[in-house]
Design a binder for this molecule. Structure first.
Ligand code: GTP
Ligand code: SPV
Ligand code: MN
Length: 593
């Protein structure tokens, strides 16, 4: 077999893995269109993919995962560091030697009768100082075709790597999709990822959560940068100035939607525009001018399908009109297209639901698409993709925004008093769980910086890293830190804020705060807008002044109860809890008195 590189560290590792899994054949993914087209055809011939209507959805395919394999499995995801303390109390931990042995036993001979695809990929534009190389071995064409959309793949990546040993090893084995033997293991000290018995996105597209967050967060800690579960957007004002915002929300809590926001009519008329740099992951480091810069290490979107429609997110929808892979949505047999809950009010009658059974959307009680069904679309397809998307130096960040799903408690928006208080605000995030991970939905849990499932080391060290980064920044140049909540509900369970495009009204306030152009009320938790400073023009019928005041209100008695929850969570970290956070918590308690 001919390797696509002379790099001995790469060749040795691949040869060793070939010996372990015993493929019939080994194929390097070189990035050529002929090779990809042949793989698409092969996947269609085995039923792994179905080709959709070439007129309506050119280059698009449908895939169904196994019914027991539809989301990330946090309970079976491990951080394998030398000591348990390095992984910390919020991660599952296994000793590396034990994990390797167990995983190799599962992987052994598992490629017999199958092909090994070797995917060289770059997270970040090839050659950017931010970027890092990975190699994923997989026995799934679906994984190859998704990785080709989600990352930069092929020959150029191996050329950029040269003979360096700084690359991330990834081994994926589908095995039998046995959920009792499913493991997603990260070895941050070895730059290694092993994923077995799954075929679902977040578990198997190893460049994404496994590398770009779990391994990269660890690398960032050692190399003085940050990997975060954050979108990046550019907000252009009528004068043509663009300010960049990074925002961390937990899975399925609105990052893709915010990153591709279309301004409400009044704003559009004035000339406001939102540019999408990224919708899920940011790699952040200090630039030569002392400001923080971010890149999106990905090259596509692995977005939530349900709820995506012409009104909620026309840009995401437009991005899926060609060269897109749809996973676990309903298949409309009348015109060979796809459908999901919330696409429109006209579900197909003659369809196949996500599990593969005949389905009539007009009469069935069952869902057509899985709640965590996804679309994999190339970033270049997005009508509002930022002109800075490929900028190897990244974009300068003016504001960092944290947020989650909280029916009560958290106000629509508030600003931290300074960087350290902002780190505290991120550390106490909590959100209702969603279908993005296997398990119960709608349960409030702590999810610091939206990184609970993605931090590759001890969360207390991660928080200290945030504090340390702040120490290196001139406060004038440091991003201002905010918290938002689009999900406040009334007692009948209705959302109190319209969300989506109207979230621009909140971004406008955030940017004005960064520019020192608007006042605020100081509360126990931080700075909250004066009601008159949130522009309701055009939505007066939807949001009354009283309603706005309600969602901006801070209820100290509810926050007292929250403090108890924070203390309980912090206690898990014992002596490792950064003193800065302990002090911030004491300040909050004093403020609430
Ligand atoms: P991951 O890809 O899992 O990391 O998720 P994400 O954070 O990108 O979430 P996404 O934008 O796909 O949104 C997930 C769900 O939240 C969808 O069902 C949206 O309809 C819903 N959503 C997004 N923004 C808003 C909002 O402003 N208000 C309300 N009520 N729902 C929203
Ligand atoms: C998430 O769950 O946060 C996602 C989707 O972005 S996955 O790639 O499955 O992790
Ligand atoms: Mn995500």
């Amino acid at each position: 077999m001919k390797h696509l590189t002379q790099n001995k560290t790469v060749i040795d590792w691949i040869e060793e893995k070939i010996e372990l899994v015993k493929p019939d054949e080994v194929v390097w993914i070189d990035g050529s269109e002929e090779q990809l087209e042949a793989l698409r055809k092969e996947a269609c011939s085995t039923g792994e993919l179905e080709k959709l209507n070439e007129e309506l959805l050119p280059g698009c395919y449908l895939h169904r995962t196994a019914v027991n394999d539809v989301a990330r499995v946090e309970g079976r995801t491990f951080i394998c560091t030398e000591t348990k303390e390095e992984a910390g109390p919020t991660n599952n931990w296994m000793a590396p030697a034990e994990a390797y042995e167990m995983l190799y036993d599962i992987a052994r001979d598992s490629y017999k009768g199958r092909t090994m695809y070797v995917i060289p990929y770059s997270m970040g534009p090839v050659g950017s100082p931010f970027s890092k190389v990975g190699i994923e071995l997989t026995d799934s064409i679906y994984v190859v075709l998704n990785m080709v959309i989600m990352t930069r793949t092929g020959k150029a990546v191996m050329e950029a790597l040269g003979d360096s040993n700084d690359w991330v090893r990834g081994l994926h084995c589908k095995c039998d999709i046995d959920d009792e033997k499913r493991y997603i293991c990260q070895f941050p000290q070895d730059n290694t990822i092993i994923s077995v018995n799954s075929g679902y996105g977040g578990n198997v597209l190893l460049g994404k959560k496994c590398f770009a967050l779990r391994i990269a967060s660890y690398q960032g800690w050692k190399e003085n940068w940050q990997a975060e579960h954050m979108l990046i957007l550019g907000l252009e004002n009528p004068q043509g100035e663009v300010k960049y915002i990074c925002a961390a929300f937990p899975s399925a809590c609105g990052k893709t939607n915010l990153a591709m926001l279309i301004p409400p009519e009044g704003y559009k008329a004035k000339g406001y525009k939102v540019w999408c740099v990224g919708d899920d992951i940011s790699w952040i480091r200090k630039g030569p001018d002392g400001r923080l810069y971010a890149i999106n290490p990905e090259n596509g979107f692995f977005g939530v399908a349900p709820g995506t429609n012409v009104k909620s997110n026309p840009n995401a929808l437009a991005a899926t009109m060609k060269n897109t892979i749809f996973t676990n949505v309903a298949h409309n047999l009348d015109n060979n297209t796809v459908w999901w809950e919330g696409l429109d009010k006209n579900p197909p009658e003659n369809a196949i639901e996500w599990k593969g059974n005949p389905w009539n959307g007009k009469t069935s009680e069952e869902k057509g698409a899985h709640p965590n069904s996804r679309l994999t679309a190339p970033a270049v397809n997005c009508p509002c993709i930022s002109p800075e998307f490929e900028n190897p130096a990244g974009v300068p960040i003016s504001a960092i925004v944290f947020g989650g799903r909280r029916a009560k408690l958290a106000p629509l928006v508030y600003q931290s008093r300074d960087w350290n208080h902002g780190v505290f605000v991120g550390s106490i995030m909590a959100s209702e769980t969603t279908a993005a991970a296997a398990g119960a939905v709608g349960v409030v849990r702590r999810d610091p910086m939206a990184m609970l499932p993605f931090c590759g080391y001890n969360m207390a060290d991660y928080w200290q890293h945030w504090v340390n980064i702040g120490k290196t920044l001139d406060p004038e140049k440091a991003p201002k830190i905010f918290n938002v909540n689009w999900f406040r509900k009334d007692d009948d369970g209705n959302f109190l804020w319209p969300g989506f495009g109207d979230n621009l009204r909140v971004l406008e306030w955030i940017i004005k705060r960064c520019d020192g152009k608007v006042d605020a009320d100081e509360t126990a938790i931080g700075y909250v807008p004066k009601a008159e400073d949130i522009n309701l023009e055009g939505i007066e019928d939807e949001v009354s002044d009283a309603q706005l005041k309600e969602i901006l209100s801070v209820d100290n008695s509810l926050w007292d109860a929250e403090v108890a929850g924070i203390e309980e969570f912090y206690a898990k970290f014992g002596d490792k809890l950064p003193a800065t956070l302990k002090n911030e918590l004491e300040t909050l308690k004093a403020n609430l008195k």
